[in-house]
Design a protein around this ligand. Structure first.
Ligand code: PMP
Length: 303
């Protein structure tokens, strides 16, 4: 299990991790009323870079807007966000790759089930970058739990409370001896994993559920789509049937904490003889290169 590195940004300054605590009566604790994002920070030859920081900040703003948290945006323009990330990373001085979790917590006590105008506390902490799924061929199980639809708790907003849905599905997969789950929507179409987006390759075409398929609009998903188009692949973002995954040439997943990782088995059916396919290998290589030093797309922020 990962632990936060020693120094945490909390409220308005950097403090010891053990002191960065929220009250038991806050909406964040009572209702899971916090929104967050997680991004990777690399350290290469002493230089530190964050991947797609502007997109993570933008998604955080959008999560706030969807949920109705209105005190974060005005107080946290991108420039402040970058500066605080820079400070908290420097305070911990990591020597290897870390994940950085930035969260906006609604911290008022017992305000009832509402959100607008309530005060927020921002926390930003680092932890060791350990992937949440096997990198050499994972086994997935269709979940008994359905993905929460956009008109219940939107997957597009990265809101802490919604992750109970992911916890249920991931635990069910682990209890059944699998690495992770495949979420279906209420109509039985493919959404995503507990915390990663999913892709399949069939006849040279790269296919992934579109952003209205009750998925998180993953930043690595967007990255993969851009890289694939640059490589001249035909790309389809559309509704995906579960059985398309069963007969795919390749299946892989992507996400900040998942990397680009191949799927070798789904519901007891082997994907492509349990070998990692050429499109997955190519996109994994290009994604890794982008993470550590992309100069073409402007995806990397030097900290
Ligand atoms: N879907 C869900 C439900 C997630 O929690 C994550 C991880 N943030 C992803 C997809 C992948 O998103 P990203 O590429 O932005 O990390």
């Amino acid at each position: 299990m990962a632990t936060p590195h020693d120094k945490v940004f909390f409220g308005d300054r950097i403090i010891d991790a053990q002191d960065a605590t929220l009250g038991v009566a806050t909406s964040a604790v009572l209702y899971g009323l916090s929104v967050y994002t997680v991004f990777p920070v690399q350290t290469t030859d002493g230089a530190r870079t964050a991947f797609r920081l502007r997109d993570h900040h933008q998604r955080l703003l959008e999560s706030c807007k969807i949920i109705g948290i209105d005190t974060f945006g005005p107080a946290w323009p991108f420039e402040r966000f970058v500066e605080v990330v820079r400070q908290v990373v420097a305070a911990n001085d990591p020597q290897h790759e870390v994940y950085v979790r930035a969260t906006v917590h609604v911290d008022e006590s017992i305000p009832g089930t509402r959100v607008r105008g309530l005060s927020t506390t921002v926390s930003i902490f680092l932890y060791d970058a350990v992937p949440i799924v096997p990198q050499d061929g994972m086994r997935l199980k269709t979940s008994v739990w359905r993905r929460i639809p956009d008109n219940a708790i939107p997957s597009r907003a990265k809101v802490n409370g919604a992750y109970v849905n992911s916890v249920l599905a991931k635990q069910d997969a682990i209890d059944s001896g699998f690495d992770d789950c495949i979420f279906l929507d209420i109509n039985g179409h493919v959404c995503e994993l507990s915390a990663a987006n999913i892709f399949l390759v069939r006849g040279g075409t790269l296919i992934t559920p579109d952003v209205t398929s009750d998925i998180l609009d993953g930043i690595n998903r967007r990255t993969i789509l851009t890289l694939a188009r640059e490589e001249g692949l035909e790309v389809q973002e559309r509704t995906v049937d579960l059985t398309e995954l069963y007969i795919a040439d390749e299946v892989f997943v992507c996400g900040t904490s998942a990397g680009v990782a191949p799927v070798h088995e789904i519901d007891g059916r082997a994907v492509a003889e349990r070998a990692t396919g050429p499109v997955t290998l190519m996109l994994r290589k290009r994604h890794l290169a982008a993470l550590t030093g992309d100069e073409v797309h402007g995806w990397v922020t030097t900290l």
